[in-house]
Design a protein around this ligand. Structure first.
Ligand SMILES: [Ca+2]
Length: 220
């Protein structure tokens, strides 16, 4: 009896697997050298990830800045609200409120450095929630000054006065000059968790396709 035909699905699959084994991606060469004998240290990998994250943020920033050094406060808000699941009318409320409030303060735009520092702070929102709770001893709303202090405690970095002022203009729903847990942390945490909450329990290719679909949906 004859063996599997040449060019059968099985053969093709084997060829692909063999081919995959031989290919060194640019990333692998970058990490482990052309011979694959370079050891990748934690610091090198951390540096790589930080550079990558900064580049991704720069792409997002440049989408609005279009070659300029700054984006407007409204564009900053649009980036922050991009991954939320606000209804269109709620979204408009946030933007309108910001425009109205910004008329009373200075419109000086948001630089890339300010945007980057704010995004890196958002990555540490859990720590911020703890710092805020320790600082107020309860989930009390906080002032701009307290917000600054809590950010410094959890990130070791300071945010600019203008960025914090803009954040308050965007998120202070009841206009009392303070940010409550619900107005800011609750809202931003929801934004980051929604994707996970609704992700079906699939892995591999299905999960990847789902992620791409979600990204396409939220970026339009
Ligand atoms: Ca408030």
């Amino acid at each position: 009896m004859a063996g599997p035909r040449a060019g059968s699905d099985e053969d093709v699959e084997d060829d692909i697997l063999q081919h995959k084994k031989k290919v060194n991606t640019t990333l692998l060469v970058h990490f482990f050298g052309p011979k694959g004998d370079h050891e990748l240290s934690y610091d090198e990998f951390k540096q790589f990830m930080e550079n990558l994250q900064e580049e991704v943020l720069e792409i997002e920033f440049q989408e609005f800045a279009k070659g300029y050094h700054k984006i407007s406060e409204v564009e900053f808000a649009k980036i922050l609200l991009r991954y939320t699941y606000l209804r269109p009318d709620q979204y408009d409320l946030y933007i309108d409120r910001l425009v109205e409030r910004m008329e009373e303060t200075s419109l000086r735009g948001v630089t890339f450095e300010e945007f980057r520092d704010f995004c890196s702070f958002l990555n540490q929102l859990e720590d911020f929630a703890i710092a805020m709770r320790m600082y107020t001893m309860a989930d009390q709303p906080i002032s701009q000054e307290e917000f600054h202090r809590a950010v410094r405690i959890c990130t070791g970095k300071a945010l600019s006065d203008h960025v914090v002022d803009t954040v308050f203009c965007i998120f202070d729903e009841d206009g009392d000059g303070q940010l409550s847990y619900k107005e800011f942390i609750g809202f931003m945490k929801e934004r980051r968790q929604r994707g996970f909450k609704t992700t079906p329990r699939t892995t591999g290719w299905q999960a990847f396709k789902y992620c791409v679909k979600q990204e396409m949906r939220t970026s339009t």
